[in-house]
Design a protein around this ligand. Structure first.
Ligand SMILES: *Cc1c(COP(=O)(O)O)cnc(C)c1O
Length: 240
């Protein structure tokens, strides 16, 4: 009985999030296909990922390498499932980066980029990354200051095995999602300016990873191409 009602509530929550996503796209005059919903599955058991997969969900986000590796090993019979790494990637974990991992959202320093690039070159493939930007959160250790972005991007350019596909941000938590709007707009303007000024190539540097459970519709209105939604899909997280 319990498993059954859990499954039903996941289906209901996922349907609600999808409807909210579509409505936000419509308000913004953007096609629904312009935004990818990433189901953030950290701390949730494999069975719930599996249920979401059965419901058509394909993109999943994880924060911890050990947990991701454990879950990835279970996903062999889930063709098309894409893993996004959205946590802080420690340099001593780079060696665990698997060819099947789709996108790293949190690149924020050159030494990490160089390690990833070396690994990708050795393995004869590309690793796709987003640069994490710190916007208005002095307390956050992660992310690059906007003023440091052009220099970092210039240093990344020669690393041909890295594809830098856009920007990601986690703004300070705001109770009212409207208060996040300015951060999301700033991230979009940053991407557009870098492309306009020729620092980056708009064909490649196109993604904006922004928006979480409580504010993703606002992020979509401001141009998000990837939204990272956890608890609105899976329910409250239980840390061990
Ligand atoms: C956990 C997490 C999310 C999802 O948070 P919810 O509030 O549960 O939607 C999104 N992005 C990052 C970087 C996270 O760590």
């Amino acid at each position: 009985m319990k498993a059954m009602s859990q499954e039903n509530s996941l289906a209901r929550r996922l349907a609600t999030v999808r409807a909210q996503l579509e409505a936000a796209c419509e308000r913004a005059g953007r096609p629904a296909a312009a935004v990818t919903l990433i189901a953030v599955s950290k701390t949730f058991p494999w069975e719930m990922i599996r249920q979401a997969y059965e419901l058509g969900q394909r993109d999943f986000g994880e924060n911890y390498m050990q947990e991701l590796r454990r879950k990835e090993a279970l996903a062999e019979d889930c063709p098309g499932l894409r893993w996004h790494f959205i946590g802080h990637l420690q340099r001593n974990k780079v060696r665990y980066w698997q060819p099947g991992f789709h996108l790293l959202h949190t690149l924020d320093n050159l030494p990490l980029a160089e390690m990833l690039a070396r690994k990708a070159t050795r393995e004869g493939r590309k690793i796709t990354v987003l640069v994490q930007v710190k916007l208005g959160d002095e307390s956050s250790k992660s992310g690059v200051e906007p003023s440091a972005l052009p220099a970092l991007l210039a240093a990344l350019a020669p690393l041909s095995s890295l594809e830098v596909a856009g920007l990601m941000t986690i703004p300070p938590y705001m109770v009212d999602p409207e208060d996040s709007r300015g951060y999301y707009r700033t991230l979009r303007e940053l991407r557009d300016r870098l492309n306009r000024e020729g620092v980056t190539d708009p064909e490649v540097f196109r993604h904006l990873s922004m928006g979480m459970s409580h504010d993703f519709p606002v992020a979509v209105e401001e141009g998000a191409t990837l939204v990272r939604v956890g608890s609105a899909i899976f329910g409250p997280r239980h840390y061990a």
